[in-house]
Ligand binder design. Structure first.
Ligand SMILES: [Zn+2]
Length: 70
């Protein structure tokens, strides 16, 4: 059993194991802490979940953050 520590930080775009109903697999981390808040890059929906659950559901960090020109 490997204890893989998933590293991520605010602003990272992460890929989840499960596809969101809107068709997107990637989410942007908009808040970190005991709870992680992520925003779907497809539909903009924001979800908050415990860090442990987030780490379980996320696949990897894809640092291809789309340039939103905000
Ligand atoms: Zn979505």
């Amino acid at each position: 059993m490997t204890m893989e520590r998933k590293v991520f930080q605010l602003g990272d775009v992460v890929k989840m194991k499960k596809q969101h109903p809107c068709g997107s697999y990637t989410w942007e981390v908009v808040r970190t802490g005991a709870d992680i808040k992520i925003r779907c890059t497809g539909c903009g929906r924001v979800v908050m979940l415990p860090r442990s659950e987030f780490e379980r559901k996320m696949l990897k960090v894809v640092n291809e953050a789309p340039d939103n020109n905000r």
